[in-house]
Ligand binder design. Sequence first.
Ligand code: FAD
Length: 410
Amino acid sequence: MSHAGVDVDIAIIGAGAAGLAAGRELLRANASFIILEARDRAGGRARTFDAGDCPIDLGCGWLHSADENPFVAVAEELGVQLDRSGAPWQKPAWPGNFPLNEQKLYREEWARFYERLEAGAQDAVDRPASDFLTPGHPANAMLDAGSTFINGVELAGLSTVDYSRYHDNGINWRAPAGFGALIAGMGAGLPVTYNCPVTLIDHSGKQLRLQTPRGTISARAVVVSVSTNLIAGEHLRFEPAMPEKIAAAANLPLGLADKLFLHVERPDDLPLEGRVYGARDKVAMTSFHTRPFARPVIECYFGGAFAREMEAGGKAAFADFAIGELVAAFGASIRARLTPVVATQWGLDPFALGSYSHARVGHSDARAVLAAPVEGRIFFAGEACSRRDFSTAHGAFRTGVAAAIAALAV
Ligand SMILES: Cc1cc2nc3c(=O)[nH]c(=O)nc-3n(C[C@H](O)[C@H](O)[C@H](O)COP(=O)(O)OP(=O)(O)OC[C@H]3O[C@@H](n4cnc5c(N)ncnc54)[C@H](O)[C@@H]3O)c2cc1C
């Protein structure tokens, strides 16, 4: 289908959580709009992979702050069941390679670290979160690895002020059929054009003109929901240029979190919904979630610079490392029971270029700069625009709704 000459009131760029939430709002308001999506699917960084009868979330998997999470209402509306049994990281880890008395010492140090960090966030000058580590403490490597899982980046690259603004009430739910599938399900009934990357937004004239490989689309307003790395790298450009948006996006880079899924034969000896950690003395380590939903699967989580290094070697590199750590934890006999199923490479994904945003030290206010509308007709959405729910699907959702409401007022 060519889009030459298409004229809409509002164009949404991107059919991820933010763009789809914006689209639902515009549909309800009976607006004239279109969603332009570069990929051949909806969901963006939310994606459920179909491994036979075992749905696997390659991107977001958890509804964080679940009892306040807007996706609960979406799930009810779409008839999607949610699991409320809680998250494995909130229970003690498997004690086989991490004795419970050591876990207690680590947990105490983590609690003290986060207290120091929260206090430090009140200082006049923002500091790297690593400033609040106790020098030489044995829990430091794991705390840093934890940051790569939570933030996609090591503590040295993390703004203390930004991190302290993040809201999490500790309630975590899942969708057994996949969070990615739930989010993509919001696309049904919305006017999404797939395989349609927007390369330029020309805002020099009265109408906005959006360049795509299918032709130019005219719109009165636009909601931009692509990731910060795509804006910073000018994969989507503005004419005239908007250097303040490029700078804001560059100060909110996407960190990296990747997942590998292993199928495990005869899984019954592994902890059900268990949390297992690899080597605790290195930041380059894997966190494992064993037998989610009692399925014969292990989810292996990698973060930060280590995930970037592993991405270069693809599924084989992820599997080689993760299986090595599982052998160290459970013994050599587990090796023959493990088969790699799928691994992500979010950093190499051309329509994401990373996993989720964090603020560089000293740049927590870049989120407000990125989110600010331009000329009353160019609106920004996406997880990075959220001051307190950044890096999450529900944060993306809320920014999409807000941008749509603002665009409707034009
Ligand atoms: C491994 C991993 C685990 C995660 N775990 C969780 C979790 O447990 N809970 C949670 O809440 N969040 C989690 N997240 C984060 C969550 O997935 C994201 O914050 C959220 O999906 C981002 O949504 P978005 O709409 O802001 O961006 P995106 O999902 O990136 O959507 C942007 C859309 O724009 C499209 N696009 C890009 N460029 C163009 C262009 N030029 N033209 C048209 N379209 C374009 C993209 O293809 C994409 O579909 C995780 C992410 C990853 C990667």
